[in-house]
Write a protein that binds this ligand. Structure first.
Ligand code: NAP
Ligand code: MG
Length: 477
């Protein structure tokens, strides 16, 4: 990047090629995607805008490689993934620099999360590949877990490397082959990973990468008859269409979609801690986290105190320092539109607002925004904003809190803070959601991750995530 200090970690230089069948080869079409740095608005690279021809070539390569890879001993697959993990660890600074450039994540967060999380996840699937029981005995049967086949993976930009690894690593671990279509906004770290998997010694065609636009390359991948499983992470609107296409073709589908998760602060909880951790949870990654606790639920008695605490916490997220930009100009307009809508709906802004942050003339920055006096039916309390915006909702009693917490179409994540673990767990068990953090419980990269209701179908990560890429065969004796 221009102006980068000598010796600073390199941003992966864009390749004008698709990675298909173990080789970087020219795309069929001439179209290109500009990769834009959200912190500056400048173009930092160009990658191919692949079309159905590239997708077809990649799927054929994956199909051809399938029998050999599926028959490889689990220990050998584990060794390849362990090699990939080691190469990723060695390239940690390059991952962070690349994600910082194309997503806009501040360097510290890019290193601690965008680099370190996928490194851990790759390592976890190297271990699982070696240890997983692919065979069991049930009465007079031997039951085998076999790879489902060719996987078409379609991923978003918000945790660009993590979301790729969360699909590719388990698929490869069990013997599936993969075609990846990454988000158009963050293709560089996807190309970086393709280069790493190549260096890790995966046989040609086992992993393939096609950069391109969603409605073109993504759709062609989802519709391709030689794809056995489509694994998609992204918006509910696109996920619904992909589910319909896959259903029509009777192929497996996994969907990781949006969320509007509740952070439920019960009476008796440590309010200051719950509010501060809650605000940090939303503003991390500029609010672009599908599992973010974007609705904070506080009892009426302590509501105003919580509002003050949240506003004070927001002041610490200075745009351009701790708070990065959002991914694109389009995303910035979407988020600002929701902030204006919240005001129109009668909610009270206690921090931030729709205007550009002071003094920030370049880059796609949004002011960290806290809304009070939010009613559960408002759009800002129902719809996923995907920016640095948190809404505080007042509840009367626990039953009211539960109704509000469960009162959206989503059910991806959430948090409960209680006076004791037992009461928090009892509340969490009644929430219609796939993951709940109890009194500040830490993210666990081995725990199943995925949604109830319209937040998705299927689970990622750990042994549950691995099982998604298997199909079962019974032999009777
Ligand atoms: P998106 O528009 O749904 O895009 C996700 C991926 O699908 C991208 O690669 C996109 O390509 C592709 N795509 C778009 N239209 C397509 C089509 N018609 N057929 C096939 N593929 C298509 O979502 P986004 O805006 O990138 O990401 C934000 C959303 O993802 C949020 O709603 C967020 O909650 C959700 N999300 C969920 C999770 C989870 O784990 N549950 C994780 C992260 C994000 P382009 O890049 O070219 O558009
Ligand atoms: Mg999109």
């Amino acid at each position: 990047m221009a102006g980068q200090a000598a010796g600073a970690p390199k941003v992966f230089p864009a390749r004008d090629a698709q990675y298909i069948g173990g080789k970087w080869r020219p795309a069929a079409a001439d179209a290109r995607i500009d990769v834009v740095a959200p912190a500056t608005g400048q173009v930092i690279g160009r990658v191919p805008a692949g079309d159905a021809r590239d997708v077809d070539a990649a799927v054929r390569a994956a199909r051809a490689a399938l029998p050999g890879w599926a028959a490889t001993a689990p220990a050998e697959r584990a060794a390849r993934l362990a090699a990939a993990r080691d190469l990723m660890a060695a390239g940690r600074a390059e991952i962070a620099a690349t994600v910082s450039a194309e997503l806009g994540a501040p360097p510290a967060f890019a290193t601690a999360v965008h680099a370190d999380l996928p490194i851990r996840v790759m390592g976890s699937f190297a271990t699982l590949a070696a240890e997983y029981a692919f065979e069991e005995k049930i009465g007079n049967s031997r039951v085998f877990q076999e790879p489902v086949g060719v996987v078409g993976a379609i991923t978003p930009w918000n945790y660009p490397l993590h979301q790729i690894v969360a699909k590719a690593a388990p698929a490869l671990a069990v013997g599936c082959t993969v075609v990846l279509k990454p988000a158009e906004d963050t293709p560089l770290v996807a190309q970086w990973l393709a280069a790493v998997l190549d260096e890790a010694g995966l046989p040609a065609g086992v992993f393939n990468l096609v950069t391109g636009l969603g409605p073109v390359a993504g759709q062609a991948l989802a519709e391709h008859p030689e794809v056995d499983l489509v694994s998609f992470t992204g918006s509910t609107a696109v996920g619904r269409r992909i589910g319909a296409v896959a259903g029509g073709a009777v192929k497996r589908v996994a969907l990781e979609l949006g969320g509007k998760s509740a952070n439920v602060i019960l009476p008796g909880a440590d309010l200051a801690r719950a509010v501060n951790v809650g605000v940090a949870n939303v503003f991390a990654n500029s609010g672009q986290t599908c599992s973010a606790w974007t609705r904070m639920l506080v009892d009426a008695a302590r509501y105003e105190e919580a509002v003050e605490l949240a506003a004070a916490a927001a002041a610490k997220y200075v745009p351009g320092e701790r708070l990065g930009p959002v991914v694109s100009a389009k995303q910035r307009e979407r988020v600002r539109g929701y902030i204006r809508r919240g005001v129109e709906e009668g909610a009270r802004i206690v921090a931030g607002g729709p205007e550009a942050p002071e003094g920030m003339t370049a880059g796609y920055y949004v002011r960290p925004t806290v809304f009070a006096d939010v009613r559960p039916e408002m759009a800002i309390a129902q719809e996923e904003i995907f920016g640095p915006v948190v809404v505080l909702i007042r509840y009367e009693d626990e039953e009211d809190a539960l109704r509000i917490a469960n009162g959206t179409v989503y059910g991806l994540a959430g948090a409960v803070w209680g006076a004791d673990e037992e009461s928090a767990v009892a509340f969490a068990r009644r929430m219609e959601t796939g993951q709940v953090d109890i009194n500040g419980g830490r993210f666990n990269p081995l725990a199943p991750f995925g949604g109830y209701k319209q937040s998705g179908v299927g689970r990622e990560l750990g042994a549950h995530g691995l099982a998604e890429y298997l199909q079962t065969k019974s032999l009777q004796f």
